[in-house]
Design a protein around this ligand. Structure first.
Ligand code: GDP
Ligand code: IMO
Ligand code: MG
Length: 423
């Protein structure tokens, strides 16, 4: 049985949590393969809104097992808070949620290092979520990291101490004023580790291999988006993992020839939270309307998200890098009421018109070339089938499908599970 992927194609927050929750009814296993608590995945059903950070978005379904794969980085303190928030749902966490022994641990000092690094950058800061993601992946690739499986060994506290001591020296290297009480942070960390150790740790690549052999259906849930990918994103304003399709292979131990459908998800417009280039960003009333109607505030940090028109140059790039086989368009409802809609179809790049995503997309190099389309005024949020969608929205969708050469299979018209239209 092939493993399907669900990936964000923009700068994150496309609505992955909602769609994974909707799709889980068709899957036996939902597996996260990269990122950590920098992610904020929102699900809504029965009038309840829930934000998940590290736990996969299939957790509310009885039929599915949720796996946190080796490519993920885990902060025990945040993980515990997520579990606490789930308590009222009476889920059988021990048998529904498995954690890879090879996943890396975020230490309190990783978070401090993230803060020190950002503070030292001044205006050039990345706008990190300050969850310690960069420093943890640096320790992973530098071969110094601590993994979940280490917690099962008797000497894990010695390993912890030696790494934390090194981090403290590194923090003092940055010439910035970071106030912290390590003893307090460590007390929280050790308590959370004790609770984490009550959960089920597995060799997740072996588990997923056997599950595939047994014919189980597996969906890999991406975090962040393709334009935040460490290799293909807008470096250095990116996260520290491979958010693209290849990351699912290394982050779960699934072979490339075992990948099935690649589901790519995008908003009908574009948002970005944090720093970095964003060619179609709006600084006018239209951008303000998208932010207000779309309630565009970060699910992890609460920061307002920057908003702009859909960027087809960037979206085509993401479709190609990931090998997307089907698309899902989110938040079309937010665009209701715009008289005209713009879609960026090319860049003016250093005096030349180009249609590919270049090395450098800073505002001084790129101005977007737009196609203009008619908007629609109908409220989409109560619509339940494709034949109810307004003509202008269908024209928008047809235009995107033609440009992207991939079918749009789902149109989402609101945050709730039920506000999902299949085409
Ligand atoms: P993720 O990180 O990709 O899971 O996305 P986030 O949860 O960070 O952000 C998406 C936001 O949009 C959440 O607040 C969702 O509840 C909301 N949302 C998802 N789909 C739709 C939609 O079709 N319409 C509207 N209005 N909101 C949506
Ligand atoms: P989900 O999974 C949107 C952004 C941060 C910052 C940059 C680096 O909810 O889509 P990091 O903390 O990784 O060092 O931050 O990446 N970022 C996200 N933006 N959605 C996310 O996740 C993000 N995770 C990180 O704002 O610009
Ligand atoms: Mg999010």
């Amino acid at each position: 049985m092939a493993v399907d992927l669900l990936l964000g194609l923009q700068w994150g927050d496309e609505g992955k949590g909602k769609i994974v929750d909707v799709l889980t009814q068709d899957y036996d296993i939902i597996a996260r393969f990269q990122g950590g608590p920098n992610a904020g995945h929102t699900l809504e059903f029965d009038g309840i809104k829930h934000v998940l950070h590290t736990i996969p978005s299939g957790i509310f379904h009885e039929n599915a097992v949720n796996v946190v794969g080796n490519g993920v980085v885990i902060d025990p303190v945040i993980f515990q808070k997520e579990l606490d928030a789930l308590k009222k749902f009476n889920l059988d966490i021990k048998s529904k949620l498995f954690i890879s022994r090879k996943a890396h641990l975020i230490l309190p000092t990783h978070r401090l290092l993230d803060a020190a690094s950002e503070a030292s950058k001044g205006k050039a800061k990345i706008g990190s979520t300050l969850k310690g993601i960069g420093p943890t992946y640096m320790d992973k690739t530098g071969r110094n990291g601590m993994r979940i499986g280490d917690l099962e060994l008797s000497d894990w506290k010695e390993k912890y101490r030696s790494l934390a001591n090194k981090h403290e020296a590194m923090i003092s290297f940055y010439d910035v004023d970071i106030q912290y009480d390590l003893a307090e942070l460590e007390a929280d960390f050790f308590k959370a580790v004790d609770e984490l150790k009550q959960l089920t740790f597995i060799d997740s690549e072996e588990y997923l291999y056997q599950a595939q052999k047994a014919g189980k259906k597996i969906l890999a849930e991406g975090a962040q988006g393709s334009l935040l990918d460490i290799d293909f994103g807008t470096y250095p304003f990116v996260t520290s993992s491979n958010t693209t399709a290849a990351g699912a292979c290394t982050g779960l131990g699934v072979a490339p020839n075992q990948i099935g459908d690649v589901k790519g998800i995008f908003k009908a417009y574009t948002t970005r939270v944090g720093s970095g280039p964003f060619p179609t960003e709006l600084f006018d009333e239209d951008g303000e309307t998208m932010g207000r109607v779309g309630n565009e505030f970060g699910a992890t940090t609460g920061r307002p998200r920057r908003c702009g028109w859909l960027d087809l140059v960037a979206l085509k790039y993401a479709v190609r890098v990931n090998g997307v086989t089907e698309l899902m368009m989110m938040k079309g409802d937010v665009l209701s009421g715009f008289k005209k809609l713009k879609v960026c179809t090319a860049y003016n790049y250093k005096g030349e018109q180009i249609e590919h995503f270049p090395f450098n997309i800073e505002a001084e190099n790129v101005t977007p070339v737009y196609s203009e389309m008619d908007g629609w005024k109908e409220d989409l949020t109560k619509m339940t089938s494709a034949d109810q969608l307004p003509k202008a929205l269908n024209e928008y969708i047809d235009f995107l499908e033609k440009e992207l050469e991939v079918p749009i299979k789902i149109v989402s018209v609101g945050p709730d599970r039920t506000q999902t239209i299949l085409r």
